[in-house]
Design a protein around this ligand. Structure first.
Ligand code: NAP
Length: 521
C-alpha cells in the first residue's frame, strides 16, 4: 500500500490507512538494518527502525533517508528507546529527542517516544516533535499485565497520535485483559496494544481483531526485538493477519506444552483453503483454571484440546455427545450460537477413517497397543463400527479396565501369534522422536495393516518393519489430518480440504526433520 504521509496528513486518519503489521528492524549497523529492509520492504511496506540498536544512530540517518527516498511506498517508524525503558539508547534525553526529530526529517513519518521520556521532557519539545511527525507514545511493562486503564489515563495527558501499551503476559488470562482493554478504549483513542512473552503470542494476532491499529512482527524467528514476537512471514502466511478483522472467528489448540504443535499449520491451511474468515492459534495454558478463564473471556469459536486437558476439560463443558462421554476424553470444543460449550471427540474419526479406506471394519480383528487417551478413542470407535478389538498395554490393569468399559478383550504379549490380526494400531508414544524404538518385536508384527499413531517422525521404525514385510501401513499423519478434518467440519459445517491439510503437515514435518539434522551454530 503506497503511503507517503507528511505532516499535513491529519494524524487521526492514520490508523485506517496503516498496514496491519509493522516489521521491527534491528541490527548493529545501518548497513545490516538496511540490507534487511531492502530485502523485505516489498512484502512489508511498514517498517520500524530501532535506532537505539545502532551504535551511532545520527550517523545512520542519512543512509535511512536515502533508503526511504528510494522506497516511497514505505511507511516508517523511528524508535530510539532508552535503556531504562527496555531499549538500548544510553544518551541524554535531549539527544534522544534529537534522534527522533532527525529521524522524521530523514523520512520516518512516525516516531515512537516512551511515556517516561515524554514525562521528563518539556511539553513544548513534545509538541514541536509532534508538529512534524506522527507521535506514538509508548509504555512497556516488562513484568506483567496490570493497570492498563490507569496507564492509558496517565498517557492521555500527553497529546499523541497513537498510544501504545505493551505488557508482559505470564498467563493466557493476561491476553484476555489486553483484549478487553483494547475493545473498551479503542473506539475513543488510536491504540496499539499487545502482550509480550511466550504466553502473549496470541495477542500479537488477536490485538488487531480487538482494535489495535497494528501489530509488530519480527524479521525471522531468530531476529526478534521483543520476547514472543512472531515473524512477519508467519503472521501473513500462517495467521493471514491482513485479513483479520473484528468478525474473524477465533479457533485454537490448547495444551501444555504447545510450542511444537502442528495444528496451527494444518488448521490455518484449511481455513484459508475454504475461505473461512477465521484464525487458529496455539494457546499455552499452564493450568486448567487459566484455560477456562481464557475460554470464557475470549470469544473462541472452536478449540482443539490436547494433553494434558482432554479429560479435565469435560466437567467445564455445557454438553458432550454420547460418544465423547463414553470415551471420557474431549479433543474438540465448539461454542454454540447459544454461547454454550459443546465437547466432541474426533480422535475416533481419526482412527476409523484411514482404516475404512483400506478394509472393512465390520468384523475386522484389531490389536490396539496402549490404553491411554488415544487408545480409548480407537477402541470405542472401532467397537462401535463392529470390529473385534484386543488391547495390549504395559500396565495390564489399565487394559483390563478399558476392555471392560468398551466390551473389548485384553491379550497377553505371549499370545499375540495365536490371532491373525487385520490391523495392529500403536497407541503408545514408543517410536516418537528420532528413536528406533518399536512397540513390538519384528516377528510379532503380523497383520494386513499396521497403523502407527506416532507422526513425528512420519516413518517410524514400526512402519519401516511393516513395509519391509509387505504389510500396508497407515502413518500417524493420516490420523492427525483426519481428526483435524473432523474438527474443521464440526466448527464450520464445510467439508475439510484433507489433501491440502496432509500436504501442509507433511511439509512442516519434513522441514522440522531437516532443521533437526542441521548442525547447531
Ligand atoms: P497417554 O494417554 O499418555 O497413553 C500412553 C499409553 O502408552 C499408555 O497406555 C502407556 O502405558 C503407554 N506407554 C507409554 N510409554 C510406553 C512405553 N515406553 N512402552 C510401552 N507402553 C508405553 O497418551 P495418548 O494421548 O494416548 O497418546 C499416545 C500416542 O498417540 C502419543 O504418541 C500421541 O502423540 C499419539 N497420538 C497421535 C494422534 C494423531 O493424530 N496421530 C492423536 C492422539 C495421540 P501405561 O498405561 O503403562 O502408562
Amino acid at each position: 500500500m503506497a503511503l507517503a504521509l507528511s505532516s499535513t496528513v491529519a494524524p487521526r486518519f492514520l490508523p485506517m490507512r496503516l498496514p496491519k503489521v509493522c516489521l521491527a528492524l534491528s541490527g548493529d549497523t545501518a548497513e545490516d538494518m538496511l540490507s534487511t529492509a531492502e530485502s523485505m520492504a516489498r512484502d512489508n511496506p511498514f517498517l520500524e527502525f530501532r535506532l537505539d540498536y545502532l551504535k551511532h544512530p545520527l550517523a545512520a540517518l542519512p543512509k535511512i533517508h536515502r533508503f526511504l527516498e528510494a522506497h516511497p511506498y514505505v511507511t516508517a517508524i523511528g524508535t530510539c528507546r532508552r535503556v531504562d525503558n527496555g531499549g538500548k539508547f544510553k544518551g541524554s534525553l535531549a539527544s534522544q529527542l534529537e534522534v527522533l526529530t532527525k529521524a522524521n526529517a530523514a523520512g520516518c513519518q512516525l516516531v515512537d517516544l516512551e511515556l517516561e521520556s515524554a514525562l521528563k521532557s518539556k511539553a513544548e519539545a513534545i509538541a514541536r516533535l509532534r508538529s512534524r511527525a506522527g507521535l506514538i507514545l509508548s509504555f512497556h511493562d516488562f513484568r506483567a499485565t496490570r493497570n492498563l486503564d490507569e496507564t492509558l489515563d496517565k498517557m492521555l495527558k500527553v497529546p499523541a497520535d497513537f498510544y501504545k501499551v505493551v505488557s508482559t503476559a505470564t498467563t493466557l488470562s493476561d491476553n484476555v485483559a489486553m483484549m478487553k482493554f483494547l475493545q473498551s478504549r479503542g473506539d475513543k483513542h488510536a491504540l496499539i496494544g499487545l502482550c509480550m512473552g511466550e504466553q502473549g503470542l496470541i495477542s500479537r494476532v488477536l490485538s488487531v481483531r480487538a482494535g489495535s491499529a497494528f501489530t509488530f512482527g519480527a524479521v525471522s524467528a531468530d531476529l526478534k526485538t521483543a520476547p514472543g514476537q512472531i515473524s512477519t512471514r508467519d503472521l501473513r502466511s500462517i495467521y493471514r493477519i491482513d485479513q483479520v478483522d473484528a468478525v474473524t472467528r477465533i479457533y485454537g489448540v490448547v495444551g501444555d506444552p504447545i510450542e511444537h504443535s502442528l495444528s496451527p499449520i494444518i488448521m490455518n491451511t484449511a481455513l484459508r483453503r475454504e475461505n473461512v474468515n477465521g484464525v487458529y492459534l496455539a494457546l499455552h495454558a499452564k493450568t486448567l483454571k487459566d484455560l477456562i478463564h481464557c475460554v470464557r473471556g475470549i470469544p473462541l469459536h472452536g478449540l482443539s484440546i490436547t494433553m494434558p486437558y482432554k479429560q479435565a476439560i469435560l466437567s467445564h463443558l455445557d454438553n458432550t455427545d454420547a460418544h465423547t462421554t463414553k470415551i471420557g476424553a474431549c479433543n474438540t470444543v465448539v461454542r454454540g450460537q447459544d454461547g454454550k460449550l459443546y465437547g466432541f471427540n474426533t480422535d475416533a474419526a481419526g482412527v476409523v477413517r484411514p482404516i475404512e479406506q483400506r478394509l472393512s471394519i465390520e468384523g475386522a480383528k484389531v490389536l490396539v497397543l496402549g490404553a491411554g487417551g488415544a487408545a480409548r478413542a480407537a477402541v470405542f470407535g472401532l467397537q462401535e463400527r463392529g470390529a473385534e478389538v484386543w488391547i495390549l498395554n504395559r500396565t495390564s490393569a489399565k487394559a483390563q479396565k478399558l476392555a471392560r468399559q468398551a466390551k473389548a478383550r485384553t491379550i497377553k504379549r505371549a499370545d499375540l501369534r495365536k490371532i491373525a490380526f487385520d490391523v495392529i494400531i500403536n497407541a503408545t508414544p514408543v517410536g516418537m522422536g528420532n528413536t528406533r524404538d518399536c512397540p513390538l518385536k519384528d516377528e510379532e508384527i503380523q497383520a494386513r495393516v499396521v497403523f502407527d499413531m506416532v507422526y513425528d517422525p512420519v516413518e517410524t521404525h514400526l512402519l519401516q518393519v511393516a513395509r519391509a514385510k509387505g504389510i500396508a501401513v497407515i502413518p500417524g499423519v493420516e490420523m492427525f489430518v483426519q481428526q483435524a478434518a473432523r474438527q474443521f467440519e464440526i466448527w464450520t459445517g464445510k467439508p475439510a480440504p484433507a489433501d491440502d491439510m496432509l500436504r501442509a503437515v507433511t511439509i512442516a514435518l519434513q522441514d522440522r526433520a531437516t532443521a533437526q539434522k542441521q548442525p547447531k551454530a
